[in-house]
Design a protein around this ligand. Structure first.
Ligand code: SAM
Length: 375
């Protein structure tokens, strides 16, 4: 990753507006665990958090500390961050007639970036900047190329330059590692509601599969013929997503499922209590969208993994009104403890999640323990 001016070194993360305190608490705790000193800067409703690393051992060290922190906090492991970038500089009070010169000035000497993304916060205040972001990107791109700061053609393997517009005269410059950041502008995967999807909830499971699993895991863990249970399935969005992947689904809900789903032959509907039902034999997957107390859901999910009723699970945990970061951690810790299995565990507040997070848990066999997963 590029060298960083010491005064601005840190991480820039995007989140759902209103969840800045949770993201700030998460980054602060994870940085402390990684042995990196610093502090979170944010404003409620701003849709982003900067974690500034302390420059304790002289100039230059903060840049190295930011790079080390970024490595210690992989994007896939963060819960409240939609995007994770390394902050390069903050530019304030720039002249709206020439925003390009100060940017080129700050980036001077860095290796060429592979792409430029000009973004804005996904907030009520930030959305009106979308037009400026587009036109400014079109003006900045050729200037960066001329200065040797952007590759002649888009190169998705190289570090990406992010210009994060906060106001017309205030912006952040940041670098995105293509192997360790969201591959979607604003950190939001653009998913379109399919005409046949029984509910909008389908988008949530589609997003979870994109965000919580990598491409290799999606290919390996979701194969035609695999068997799954969907707890709290009605009207059938999640079952539909799994059935489209070729899985055979048992859908548990007292409510009705859409008929076309049942007609597909891939989904069987059982009217039963999702907290009591268990499969007659081990399944590959269990997904759960029952809206209930998070501790109760976490406990039931742990039982499934502990008893070997499934190997992989995706489920939602509702966030409480208060102490959301602490409660999130407590629910996940209780889940891991009660599952009594070595697990790959990732959780994220998805774009399609509101007051909840979505969790992916997978029982690890020795040969498929990925690096970086917290067991
Ligand atoms: C948010 S909806 C699920 C939407 C679904 N995932 C979809 O994609 O269409 C929650 C569902 O959980 C069901 N539910 C809640 N408690 C349940 C329980 N104890 N057993 C079975 N289903 C339950 C409700 O009937 C409701 O249909």
């Amino acid at each position: 990753m590029p060298a960083v001016q010491a005064t601005d070194a840190g991480l820039l993360c995007y989140c759902r507006a209103g969840f800045e305190p949770e993201l700030a608490a998460e980054l602060t705790q994870r940085a402390a665990e990684a042995g990196v000193a610093g502090h979170a800067r944010t404003q409620r409703g701003s849709g982003h958090v900067v974690f500034a690393v302390a420059d304790s051992d002289g100039p230059g060290d903060a840049g190295a500390a930011a790079a080390a922190l970024s490595q210690a906090l992989p994007w896939r492991e963060l819960i409240f961050a939609r995007q994770k970038l390394v902050l390069l500089a903050e530019l304030r009070d720039i002249d709206p007639r020439d925003r390009i010169a100060p940017i080129l000035d700050r980036l001077q000497g860095l290796p060429a970036f592979g792409e430029l993304w000009v973004e804005h916060p996904d907030t009520d205040a930030g959305k009106p900047l979308a037009g400026l972001a587009r036109s400014f990107g079109n003006a900045l791109r050729p200037a960066l190329r001329k200065a040797g700061l952007l590759s002649a053609r888009e190169d998705a393997r190289r570090v990406r330059l992010h210009v994060f517009l906060l106001e017309g005269n205030h912006l952040l410059l940041a670098a995105g590692d293509p192997g360790d950041s969201a591959p979607w502008p604003l950190g939001i995967p653009r998913l379109r509601m399919h005409a046949e999807a029984p509910s909008r909830s389908a988008l949530k499971l589609e997003e979870a599969l994109l965000v919580l699993l990598d491409g290799d895991e999606r290919a390996r863990l979701l194969q035609p013929g695999m068997r799954a249970a969907d707890l709290g399935a009605a009207p059938g969005g999640w079952s539909w997503v799994l059935a489209r992947q070729g899985l055979q689904v048992t859908a548990i809900d007292n409510g009705p499922l859409r008929q076309h789903l049942l007609d597909s032959g891939r989904v069987e509907h059982l009217r039963a209590d999702g907290f009591a039902w268990q499969p007659a034999r081990a399944l590959d997957w269990m997904v759960c969208d029952m809206v209930e107390q998070p501790r109760r859901v976490a406990e039931r999910m742990a039982t499934w993994l502990r008893e070997g009723w499934c190997r992989h699970a995706i489920f939602n945990l509702k966030l409480p009104m208060k102490k959301r970061w602490q409660e999130t951690q407590a629910a996940l810790e209780a889940f891991v403890e009660q599952a009594q299995q070595p697990l790959a565990l990732r959780a994220r507040q998805l774009y399609h999640d509101r007051e909840e997070i979505t969790v992916f848990a997978s029982v690890l066999r020795n040969r498929d323990r990925p690096r970086g997963d917290r067991s």
